[in-house]
Design a binder for this molecule. Structure first.
Ligand code: AMP
Ligand code: GLY
Length: 422
């Protein structure tokens, strides 16, 4: 099988690593990839949202399967682009249709979907310019903290949680006035939920589904979950606080109604659903849906998956998903993300990374890296995920931390408390 993987982060390096273990993976291309994926396949300098360039490459290179890593191409309709093209429609593409990707692309769509399918989530209302004054009044009557969400994709910055009503009204006004462009033309205001968050990953062909290993990521830049939000500073799988009964409840109350809700609406979905959940008083609630795998969650989920990934993904297209049995490594896997100094605000790139070659008891998944004159240099905010196996959370994290300390680049920062709350 000739495979094209779209994206260039730690998630994609983990995908490439897992795909290469399959005998069916004969050729692997990654667009645009990074210095890590370059060691496993061929990087091609194509932007994942440049559909015409992707089409040209797919046809010329006789690609048989396309795997979409990030959300942007999915939300922009890459799957429909393939389906509507005579020649591309023969090629398998892993990901939901544009409408299915709305689960991530529009918070209002996702909230309405959950409401219609009685999927537990925080209470909410939606407001636009036309209902601006109702929005202010709604905030006046709400207990704090107040959760404001821009409807559309806002580079991870569209969710704001405020303890003060006046500040919430100011933020709401800024959003409605276009702080995030059209992404905040609609604002969802929802109830604040307090609990522990975790992520469930589901593979579906729109009919059947399989549940992949669960994970928890650590989004804040500072230790003890303080400071600014990031793309994710580390992750752990599995989670000691999730027992069988809780997972059963997630499956019955959330996963099954999600799949049947998609079917009811006739939404084509052959890919991953990443469900962000929060456990409140022993019950799971949905915080968000994503239409792809998580990053850095993939860097702990795929190392625990024993199945052949090509077989599993091909099953989405050939009707055999229901026959697959997900097999998981029982060990704990952790990842610790090394980031550039200053991230998630401004940071510099281009620093040489040293110490990669000496590490043999962790998997190193590259995120923001590139090859430059025979050296690996930093090329993004999140630079490298250090993934380790262990018998417990503390054991796995200890190995990741030991190796995180042994890698060097100017400005390197990482959280030393991944898994602190488990
Ligand atoms: P989202 O982009 O919807 O996942 O929101 C980003 C982060 O904001 C989540 O991971 C939560 O930590 C937090 N968050 C979102 N919605 C709520 C809520 N209703 N109650 C508490 N925290 C929330
Ligand atoms: N780590 C969170 C995400 O991938 O959205």
């Amino acid at each position: 099988m000739r495979i094209l993987l779209l994206g260039g982060g730690g998630r994609e390096h983990a995908f490439a690593w897992k795909l290469k273990q399959s005998e069916s993976c004969k050729q692997l291309y990654i667009a645009p990839g990074n210095a890590g994926t370059n060691q496993l396949g061929t990087n091609v300098p194509i932007n994942p949202t440049d559909f015409e360039a992707i089409k040209k490459f797919v046809l010329e290179s006789e690609i048989e399967m396309v795997i979409v890593g990030p959300e942007q191409p999915l939300v922009e309709g890459i799957v429909d682009f393939f389906e509507n093209d005579l020649r591309l429609s023969e090629i398998q593409i892993v990901g939901p249709s544009k409408e299915g990707a709305q689960l991530e692309g529009s918070k209002a769509f996702a909230k309405d979907f959950m409401y219609d399918n009685q999927i537990p989530t925080a209470g909410f209302r939606e407001f636009t310019k036309d209902s601006y004054y109702d929005g202010l009044e709604y905030i006046d009557n709400k207990p704090t903290p107040i959760v404001l969400k821009a409807d559309g994709l806002a580079a991870g910055k569209g969710v704001v949680i405020l303890n003060d009503r006046e500040a919430a009204k100011k933020e709401f006004t800024a959003m409605i006035e276009g702080k995030f462009g059209v992404a905040s033309a609609t604002v969802v205001i929802e109830d604040f939920l307090k609990g522990i968050e975790f992520s469930v990953f589901v593979l579906t062909d729109g009919n059947d589904y399989k549940i992949l290993p669960v994970a928890k990521d650590y989004k804040r830049i500072g230790e003890q979950d303080t400071g600014l939000n990031t793309g994710g500073m580390g992750a752990v799988s599995p989670l000691p606080f999730l027992d069988k009964a809780m997972m059963k409840e997630v499956e019955e109350k959330i996963i099954k109604p999600t799949i049947s809700g998609l079917k009811k609406k006739d939404i084509a979905y052959k890919g991953f659903i990443f469900i962000g959940l929060i456990k409140v008083d022993g019950k799971p609630y949905v915080i968000e849906y994503n239409c792809r795998m998580g990053d850095p969650e993939t860097e702990v989920v795929l190392p625990r998956l024993k199945n052949d990934l090509v077989t599993l993904l091909a099953s989405l297209d050939n009707g055999t998903l229901k026959d697959q049995k997900i097999e998981m490594d029982e060990r704990t896997v952790s990842t610790v993300m090394l980031v550039s100094g200053g991230y998630p605000e401004t940071y510099q790139k281009g620093f040489k990374i040293d110490g990669l070659g000496a590490i043999n008891d962790s998997l190193l998944f590259h995120a923001g890296t590139k090859d430059a004159d025979g050296k690996v240099v930093t090329n993004g905010g999140r630079v490298l995920a250090v993934t380790s196996y262990g018998d417990s959370v503390s054991d796995a994290v200890a190995t990741s931390k030991k190796n995180a300390a042994a890698i060097h680049f100017e400005g390197k920062y990482y959280r030393k408390d991944i898994g602190f709350d488990l």
